[in-house]
Design a protein around this ligand. Structure first.
Ligand code: XMP
Length: 517
């Protein structure tokens, strides 16, 4: 594409859970990098032409049968190589050193003392100890020929090693995790200082390059975009608007399952403020008719997914000939489909518009395919998207339907919407909305007894779900202040008709999920 991709680093994945974090730290140093499986053939690696290679950690032991390896030809590419944990052990193993089976795992914080500040350690103060995070079983018994110890820790005589002449380095600890406070600086030192990449991967440059690229690729083509008001689709729509405004039609389907005020907010922003060519489809009744009597979560998802496609197709047909569908696919989705260990199990059917491009015979344009979520947000800011959209919490495609246990009806939607609006308002007022991953209300399908004044009531229960997470794969309930919970509870009970009880969900994921359905 353009030269923002010219100075790049290759991350080869051996199956570690923190491989994506390595890539994120490299990107934060403003250097472009991609993750590929460790099995990437040498000729492809050469064709990729990286300025440096990072070998990730991994769960295996280098001596285990079928242990993942890498083509040793990478050591002769003439570019710096950094092995992290398993990556360091595989370097040792392939270059004639000895890896010892650990009798006990070393897991947790450790201090390293620097013997020689080279490679990733080049910017660190060698007179001070540095905190790192260890997580390994095996360790280096004998370094390969040409390597020297760069750092040691109490439990690891070789906490970091390097062959400075060949620019090959290994660290036993994990610089990519937050528990290694100077880890980001170490990775930055490696990619900038050692590999010599310039810090040109900025979202400002990305926007310029992508807009130019889209203009070339989409010249004379008609593009449609499904706008949901979430960060990803909003950024895609704005990026395309900047590139090919006249050829872009965005479609916002109001499925009747959105939060309070959402339709007006999205329509107002994109149509009136940003001047997008936006069609707002009021399909609430159709969705609700189809959902009548349905209580099974997966069936709700299927109905909503199919109905969305149908509505979208009908609207698109009115535009006439369309060539491209724009989608907000992000880099983690791309990695997932090529990952070393194969895609992780799909627990819920999350693909809201799956099958749409094939059915409509459309080509796909996915301008965010290379970006992590935070980078997508930065692009949004770069394009002038207001913070209310940029830092929005995730909201599921099937909307409030999967937060209403049991049947989705208009009155039940109204109840949940009102309660949810209070939760969000209070989270914002407490300055916590952007600190947590998600915060929302759930309508529980039971009625309980209460008293109001002298009257006995028999009304609905609202559950509060407020969670912390980094990637939605795991989550824990947020320890928000009791005073905040108390305010939410009394406001919901006082202000939302038909609710006389509020409970708090204190389950972690796993074994629970974030959403209730
Ligand atoms: P769970 O409930 O599986 O949710 O822990 C993980 C994350 O995914 C979101 N989610 C969905 N997003 N369509 C979506 O676009 C869906 O069907 C869907 N189900 C869950 C959820 O909000 C959380 O952020």
């Amino acid at each position: 594409m353009s030269d923002i991709h010219a100075e790049k680093v290759l991350v080869l994945d051996f199956g570690s859970q923190t491989t994506q974090l390595i890539a994120r730290r490299v990107r934060e140093a403003r250097v472009y990098c991609e993750i590929h499986p460790c099995t990437m053939p040498l000729n492809e690696i050469k064709a990729y032409n990286p300025m440096g290679v990072i070998l990730s950690g991994g769960p295996a032991s280098v001596y285990a049968p079928g242990a993942p390896s890498v083509d040793p030809g990478i050591f002769d590419l003439g570019v710096p190589v950094l092995g992290i944990c398993y990556g360091m052990q595989i370097i040792t193993h392939l270059l004639g050193g000895v890896v010892a089976r650990g009798e006990k795992r070393e897991y947790g914080p450790a201090k390293i003392a620097i013997k020689a500040a080279h490679g990733p350690l080049r910017d660190l103060d060698p007179t001070e100890p540095h905190q790192v995070w260890m997580s390994h079983g095996d360790r280096i018994e004998k370094m390969p020929h040409g390597f020297d110890i760069l750092a040691l820790s109490g439990n690891s005589p070789v906490a970091a090693m390097g062959d400075v002449r060949r620019r090959l380095y290994g660290v036993q600890f994990h610089p990519e995790v937050a528990h290694t406070p100077e880890g980001a600086a170490m990775l930055a030192a490696f990619v900038l200082g050692e590999c010599g990449c310039r810090p040109i991967w900025t979202m400002h440059n990305f926007v310029e390059a992508t807009v130019a690229d889209l203009q070339e690729r989409l010249a004379g083509q008609k593009v449609i975009c499904a706008l949901s008001g979430g960060v990803d689709s909003s950024v895609v729509a704005l990026l395309l608007h900047r590139a090919v405004a006249g050829n872009l039609t965005s479609i916002f389907v109001d499925n009747g399952l959105l939060r309070q005020g959402e339709v007006a907010e999205v329509a107002g922003l994109f149509r009136d403020a940003f001047k997008l060519n936006l069609i707002v489809v009021d399909a609430g009744k159709l969705f609700l008719d189809r959902l009548a009597g349905v209580t099974d979560p997966e069936q709700k998802r299927r109905i909503i997914g199919h109905t969305f496609i149908e509505v979208f197709e009908t609207e698109a047909a009115k535009i006439g000939q369309v060539d491209f569908l724009a989608q907000g696919t992000l880099y983690p989705d791309v990695i997932e489909s090529v990952s070393f260990k194969g895609p992780s199990a799909v627990i819920k059917s999350h693909h809201n518009v799956g099958g749409l491009p094939e059915r409509m015979k459309l080509k796909l344009v996915e301008p965010l395919r290379e970006l992590f979520k935070d980078e997508g947000r930065e692009v949004g800011r770069e394009l002038g998207l207001p913070e209310t959209i940029v830092s929005r919490q995730p909201f599921p495609g099937p909307g409030l339907a999967i937060r209403i246990m049991g049947e989705v009806t208009k009155p039940r939607l109204a109840t949940l919407r009102a309660a949810d609006a209070i939760v969000l308002e209070e989270m914002r007022a407490a300055g916590l909305y952007e600190k947590v991953w998600q915060s929302f209300a759930v309508l529980v399908p039971v009625k309980t007894v209460g008293v109001m004044g002298d009257e006995r009531t028999y009304e609905d229960v609202i559950a509060l779900r407020i969670v912390d997470s980094v990637d939605a794969m795991t989550a824990d309930w947020s320890r928000v202040p009791y005073e905040l919970l108390s305010r939410m509870s009394s406001r919901i009970i006082n202000e939302v008709k038909g609710v006389n009880r509020v409970v708090l969900d204190i389950s972690s994921k796993p074994p629970a999920t974030i959403e209730w359905e």
